[in-house]
Design a protein around this ligand. Sequence first.
Ligand SMILES: [Zn+2]
Length: 77
Amino acid sequence: MPAKKKSAKLLRCPTCDMLVRFTDEDFPFCSDRCRKIDLGKWASGVYKISSPILDPEVLEDLGGLTGGRGKDQNNDE
Ligand SMILES: [Zn+2]
């Protein structure tokens, strides 16, 4: 067992996988650039976590499964 004083907190940058120190200015990112890239991913919907159902296309699919095809919708004739 190595008896180090305190192991430096290291995480990997979510964007580029580089090791980042806990004390780093841009932690948990390795740089401001990577932080912005990550934010950009969120903004552009690359990460979809909690509300896929709010996606209109998904709602459409669900409607198609539960009801008849467009039965509940107003049909344009
Ligand atoms: Zn990075």
